[in-house]
Design a binder for this molecule. Sequence first.
Ligand SMILES: C[S@@+](CC[C@H](N)C(=O)[O-])C[C@H]1O[C@@H](n2cnc3c(N)ncnc32)[C@H](O)[C@@H]1O
Length: 247
Amino acid sequence: MTGSVIIAGLGPGNPDMVTPEVADALAQATDIVGYIPYVARIPPRDGLTLHASDNRVEIDRSRHALEMAAGGKRVVVVSSGDPGVFAMAAAVFEALEAGPQDWRALDIRVLPGITAMLAAAAAGAPLGHDFCAINLSDNLKPWDLIEKRLRLAAEADFAMAFYNPRSKSRPDGFARALDVLREACGDARPILFARNVSRPDQSLRIVPLTDATPDMADMRTMVIAGSSATRVIDTPRGPILYTPRSA
Ligand SMILES: C[S@@+](CC[C@H](N)C(=O)[O-])C[C@H]1O[C@@H](n2cnc3c(N)ncnc32)[C@H](O)[C@@H]1O
């Protein structure tokens, strides 16, 4: 088979954070597949077809990409950030596993991107010691499991990076997550709310857990909760959040 599927990460938003490898794949593509706002980041050109689709159709979108590649197209499936982090790479492999055997002969590659967690952490070095990442959306897993992982991660004293903290369809989960953190680790932890990181309207806010409120987060926000060792250095240019490398 001559077609290919490249699953590429577009980074957090700033075009300078698209890797040269991804830019090259986009320049070679015949077809781009992805969620509407991510496909909107690709400039149209002759010979390129853009296939934008809605959020909750990842498996259909993946099958479509694999079908087009089986027909000889050079398909790039785009995700924001990194495609392996709560994004399209796993969806494409799920479709591959369940699909026709001949799809397995396709040239399928994952090109990494800068994930929102790392772009947000560049506000300092909050992930300088052990950390974990948790998706707070309960669309694809039960809330009880999220709460269990939050409690255990807090008990293990990880710094924690939270993707998908709060949305219009899930207004209450993040308030519950903050309550779980307060119960598990007290009020002193610093919390970073990093919204629209790397974009012109980026905003960064560091507050103690005791002052964190649910309305500080939305679907464009990455939340990083410090471990017990994480601290803030005040500078004239603003606060720097960091976690020392030793426990
Ligand atoms: C479905 S996840 C996709 C993550 C993506 N694959 C990545 O690696 O960054 C979407 C979540 O990522 C976070 N996110 C993505 N881009 C962001 C940005 N520029 N600033 C802050 N958070 C961002 C938000 O928490 C958002 O709800």
